[in-house]
Design a protein around this ligand. Structure first.
Ligand code: ATP
Length: 368
């Protein structure tokens, strides 16, 4: 089934199921991770299942790059779609070892493309030592890593992940997230990733699609969506922005690295953060939580806060559910940063659009 389409995942679907209706018309990037975010019951799983061909929407259109999987006249059955699917539960065959579960997937692999080799998958997900085990002998996190390996060894052209970490406890989640991050960076295929966790979305997603009652209400690349007001993210208690830049300086004696960010070389600012494995010259993304940002009208020379950046107030949003707080969108070197402060402070500082302020960010609070 071939058609002339631009390079992307195109999904146009409508489905009515009792009181719930799904109506989606989106064109998603054909690379990187797109997070599907939204409240319980908003239709995230239903959308994935329709894309996979597990739920039927005869009128819809689904195409990836030049392949059409569904166009109203013809529908490619689920088992013929080159899709890897990772569910909340690993769903491995209980009577097969991890290795045999993988071998089963490899038999299903499409003949024409090798996304990733067996050795790479085993190394990437660090499962060499558990290949001879049966699923019941594995921990939840190990089972989920095998399930991810299995999904990749189908050599899919699209990977669907439906809350793959939600059944794991917090410790296991933190153990498995780095594998997932590497997988997302290394896999040269588009990934649709359903999650309720803003933390996971920020760490993994390049793009975000927000669903509400079966409709797409927000979408965009992660950094710009997080930097806007009036979205579900700016109202989130963990509202954050992500800034990317280059490490220009390191002071190991103080355990700090310095990141230069900004629109261009002439208009850059530098921010200190706790040193990790990064080297000078590396590109690094930092998450700044709005609650860790404070504002001042003048330089506080005697402050313990290292990061004191010149910024301009761009927009102020009142919090309808809590009149004691406001969210201020600032531009620092043309980069949006959000500050959640009290309404009283905003009043005392007479904050208004276009005002110059000093944006103070605690280095110790910055997250990689
Ligand atoms: N098999 C089904 N028959 C009837 N209604 C269904 C069926 N599966 C899901 N629904 C309904 O469709 C709506 C969307 O469900 P869906 O599972 O896609 O939401 P979701 O966003 O993935 O939710 P969650 O985050 O809780 O997993 C819900 O109202 C749900 O009750």
């Amino acid at each position: 089934m071939k058609n002339t389409l631009s390079s992307s995942l195109q999904v146009r679907l409508s489905l009515q199921r009792a009181a719930f209706s799904l109506a989606v018309d989106v064109q998603l990037p054909n690379q990187g991770v797109t997070a599907l975010f939204g409240a319980s019951g908003s239709g995230k799983t239903t959308l994935l299942r329709c894309i996979a061909g597990l739920d039927s929407t005869p009128e819809g259109f689904i195409g990836l790059n030049e392949e059409v999987w569904q166009n109203g006249k013809r529908t490619l059955p689920a088992y013929k779609r080159p899709i890897g699917y990772v569910f909340q539960e690993a769903n491995l065959f209980p009577h097969l070892t991890a290795q045999d579960n993988l071998a089963f997937a490899m038999k299903r692999a499409g003949p024409d493309s090798e996304v990733i080799t067996y050795d790479d998958v085993v190394e990437l997900l660090n499962i060499k030592g558990i290949l001879s085990q049966y699923p019941h002998q594995l921990s939840g996190g190990e089972r989920q890593r095998v399930a991810m390996a299995r999904a990749l060894l189908i050599q899919p052209k699209l990977l669907l992940m439906d809350e793959p970490l939600s059944a794991l406890d917090e410790g296991l989640k933190q153990d498995i997230l780095p594998y997932l991050e590497t997988l997302c960076q290394r896999a040269q295929i588009p990934i649709l990733y359903v999650s309720h966790s803003l933390d996971e979305v920020i760490r993994l997603a390049d793009h975000i699609l927000v669903l509400e009652q079966g409709r797409v209400v927000e979408q965009g690349d992660t950094a710009s969506l997080l930097g806007q007001l009036g979205t579900s993210f700016s109202k989130h208690q963990d509202a954050s922005v992500v800034i990317s830049g280059v490490v220009t300086q390191q002071t190991p004696e103080w355990g700090l690295s310095w990141l230069a960010f900004g629109e261009d070389d002439l208009n850059q600012q530098t921010i200190a953060f706790t040193q990790g494995k990064e080297q000078r010259g590396d590109t690094v993304s930092l998450r700044i939580q709005s609650r860790d940002v404070s504002l001042s009208l003048s330089e506080q020379e005697n402050s313990s806060i290292l990061n004191r950046l010149a910024g301009v107030v761009d927009e102020i949003e009142t919090d309808l559910s809590d009149s004691s707080r406001v969210m201020v969108r600032l531009l620092v070197a043309q980069t949006p940063i959000l500050a959640r402060i009290t309404a009283l402070s905003a009043h005392r500082l007479s904050l208004k659009k276009g005002q110059n302020v000093i944006v103070q960010i605690k280095s110790a609070a910055l997250l990689r």
